[in-house]
Write a protein that binds this ligand. Structure first.
Ligand SMILES: [Zn+2]
Length: 290
């Protein structure tokens, strides 16, 4: 195919890619394992492009880590310290290339697919971060830190966070933190908590409370009609969904103010839809607001 917009979501273990036609509909998909390291990531991305389009109109890439001016930094799970990904892919393909942080790309994708111009997307994965789209445009901020609410401290005397603060939302609700606090993989913690494991129950309770705070921060600061929830922690059957709804209900029960905002009703789960790849395909034409 020619003329399609290719979007590539590069994750720690797999690369999910889509081709969009002029109307923005997904017309082809490709899925392959991620080769780690800078060379591996470039190779994986190029393989996805070739599988989807001979001459793509544009290529957008969502990738974990900090992204500025097409350069990826600190993508530790991929083994990348610094990689000028946009320039490398553009040189190899001749296409216009845009690169953005994967959580932000997912927010753009959710906004597009769900036809919701203003949306906040909370990613509960190994770490915790949000992407915000306002009136169809990605919110980037002064230095690209917009949405880094995982490092909002909800307890100054709480557990230490990798960022140097204490009591960050991520230090409770991030998958890595939950695993550490529960003493077992995060995926097992909810079931263990439900069956009475005291340590797991305490860790899960704190993780759910921190996640609820993250949802409230987004709802109260942006007031979007939809708060999308994505990431491994939010996967169906993992136990988080019911717990999070219950926690938001409990908070609303004691507050007419919160009740009126109906925050719980705004939650929508991304699930396994390729929204991050769709969002990535739209990145080259995004003009973020600062
Ligand atoms: Zn932190």
């Amino acid at each position: 195919m020619t003329g399609v917009r290719v979007g590539i979501d590069i994750g720690g273990t797999k690369v999910e890619a889509v081709a969009l036609d002029a109307s923005g509909a997904v017309v082809a998909r490709d899925r392959r394992p991620t080769d780690p390291g800078p060379d591996g990531v470039v190779r994986s991305a190029l393989a996805s492009v070739r599988a989807l389009a001979a001459e793509p109109a544009s290529i957008g890439i969502g990738i974990p880590g900090m992204v500025e001016g097409g350069v990826v930094r600190g993508a530790v799970n991929l083994g990348i310290a610094e990689l000028p990904l946009a320039d490398v892919i553009a040189a190899e393909t001749g296409a216009a290339v845009g690169v953005e942080n994967d959580v932000r790309a997912a927010a753009v994708g959710a906004s597009h697919v769900w036809e919701t111009p203003t949306i906040a997307l909370l990613n509960l994965g190994t770490g915790v971060a949000a992407g915000v789209v306002v009136a169809g445009r990605l919110l980037s901020g002064r230095g690209g830190a917009a949405g880094e609410i995982g490092h909002f401290s909800i307890d100054q005397a709480g557990p230490a966070c990798a960022c140097g603060q204490r009591g960050c939302i991520e230090a409770y609700a991030g998958g890595r933190a939950l695993a550490l606090r529960a003493g077992m993989p995060a995926a097992a913690a909810f079931a263990a908590a439900a069956s009475g494991d005291a340590r797991a129950r305490g860790a899960v309770r704190d993780a759910v409370s921190a996640a609820a705070s993250a949802v409230e921060i987004l709802a109260l600061s942006i007031d979007p009609p939809v708060v999308a929830v994505a990431g491994g922690m939010a996967r169906a059957g993992g136990g988080l969904r019911d717990e999070l709804a219950g926690e938001l209900d409990r908070r609303a029960a004691s507050s007419p103010f919160l009740r009126e905002l109906r925050i719980r009703d705004r939650l929508r789960y991304v699930g396994d839809a390729p929204l991050p790849a769709v969002g990535a395909a739209l990145i080259p034409e995004q003009e973020p607001h600062g």
